[in-house]
Design a protein around this ligand. Structure first.
Ligand SMILES: [Zn+2]
Length: 101
């Protein structure tokens, strides 16, 4: 059975790899939305922002799942997809895509 895990901030100087809930396509306020995707993480890294949180230099709530610079494969998408996003597409959400018209 597949598991979902993340690096969880416990407190200054302490993180743990923990099992976390499978994500849902909802807004941060838990309101349902029709657009968005869920990714299977292909690769990730530790960012300077994460290091500042772990070392207690910035505020972070205990239980925060760290990591925001990822490359992933689309495995689920919302019903309001404008097209062009298919299962299996690999994306890098944090990559700069250049200026848009
Ligand atoms: Zn970062």
């Amino acid at each position: 059975m597949a598991t979902n895990r993340g690096v969880v901030y416990i407190g200054p100087g302490k993180v743990e790899v923990q099992g976390i809930d499978y994500p849902k396509i909802v807004a941060p306020n838990a309101k349902e939305v029709d657009h968005g995707v869920i990714l299977r993480i292909v690769s990730t890294n530790i960012c300077g922002s994460d290091q500042h949180m772990v070392r207690g230099r910035t505020t972070a709530p205990s239980g925060l799942v760290l990591g925001h610079e990822i490359t992933g494969e689309v495995i689920e998408k919302g019903p309001d997809d404008p097209g062009g996003i298919d299962a299996g597409l690999e994306v890098q959400p944090s990559a700069y895509a250049g200026d848009t018209p």
